[in-house]
Design a protein around this ligand. Structure first.
Ligand code: COA
Length: 287
């Protein structure tokens, strides 16, 4: 990859990752307060910097799930450096770096803003579906008697359920994700079998729900209403795969409205995810 003089790529330092987080806030993406920390502890090489001398001008994440699946996110160039072809170089470097860190023939996913989708298509990605953000003020939910706090669920049971809803196992990642400071989490058990779980995590503003996985709309409703009752009065965002019409109806039931969206795209083939049971993805940034 040929870069102009004085430009270089590298793994991000802590202060650079903080800066990227600030840029994400400025873009209105409302990152989770601890999202980056979880991702960087799980995969210390997940954040890539583009620098001029030692000054950050662009960046993005390329998380590898055990070399079996990758996800690209948080692709941002500093405003002063946009429109000069540098973003394209950074993106191609990140894609190729991630591919080199994955086992052969494994896939990469991403949630890209719609206007950039043609660029990602030129880079080898194909559209799968849209992931739509619904948001609003959390209404007083009825805390359902069917739900169980997540911290009383055996982690191996939760992990096994999680693996049914993500292309590859991500045990250490999800363990850290659901244990972020300030997280609320609930699950539903039916005859001792886990049939759904969801978490709400604190974000720059309010909370995001994600993941929310459930075997049926009723179960998802129980979990969502329980989470909303915990964060009543706060801004809440939920990122729904558009093919799951029940999830959209559920968001509408709680007076959440569509506010943003991304194109879920893949390079290569993933193990099919059961979109009908995905009521919110984990995050736009990490899959
Ligand atoms: C997206 C972003 C990183 C691109 O960086 P950049 O340095 O301006 O990009 P480049 O000048 O190298 O252009 C890269 C490609 O993106 C395309 N592109 C850039 N901005 C675009 C826009 N607003 N709409 C459509 N295409 C756009 C260019 O046409 C170019 O495609 P090509 O190389 O095939 O011609 C930068 O605009 C940015 O930080 N935007 C805000 C954050 C964001 O939206 N990130 C993408 C999240 S998926």
């Amino acid at each position: 990859m040929v870069l102009p003089d004085k430009f270089s790529f590298g793994v991000m330092q802590d202060n650079e990752a903080d800066l990227l987080n600030d840029w994400a806030i400025k873009e209105g993406w409302n990152p989770g307060v601890s999202d980056q920390l979880v991702a960087r502890i799980y995969d210390p090489e997940a954040f890539i910097a583009l620098r001029i001398n030692d000054h950050l001008v662009g960046g993005g994440s390329i998380i590898s799930y055990g070399g079996l699946y990758g996800f690209m996110g948080l692709f941002i160039m500093h405003e002063d450096y946009r429109g000069k072809g540098l973003g394209a170089k950074l993106w191609h470097y990140r894609r190729d770096k991630l591919l080199s860190r994955l086992q052969p023939k494994t896939a990469i996913g991403m949630d890209g803003v719609f206007n950039m989708a043609p660029f990602y298509t030129r880079g080898g990605f194909a559209l799968s579906h849209r992931d739509l953000r619904y948001e609003g003020i959390a209404q007083a939910g009825v805390k359902s008697f069917n739900v169980t706090p997540l911290n009383s669920i055996n982690f191996d049971v939760l992990d096994a359920y999680d693996q049914q809803h993500f292309p590859v196992p991500r045990s250490d990642f999800i363990k850290a994700w659901i244990n972020q400071v300030g997280v609320f989490g609930y699950a539903v058990l039916k005859k001792d079998v886990l049939v759904g779980y969801g978490v709400a995590r604190p974000c720059h503003v309010g909370y995001k729900i994600g993941p929310l996985f459930a075997d049926s709309a009723d179960i998802a409703d129980n979990i969502l209403s329980s989470l909303l009752s915990e964060i009543k009065g706060e801004l809440v965002q939920i990122d729904i795969p558009e093919p799951n019409v029940n999830a959209i109806k559920l968001a509408q039931k709680y007076r959440l409205v569509e506010s943003f969206g991304c194109a879920r795209m893949y390079l290569g083939n993933i193990n099919a995810e059961p979109l009908q049971n995905i009521y919110s993805v984990t995050s736009y940034e990490f899959g």
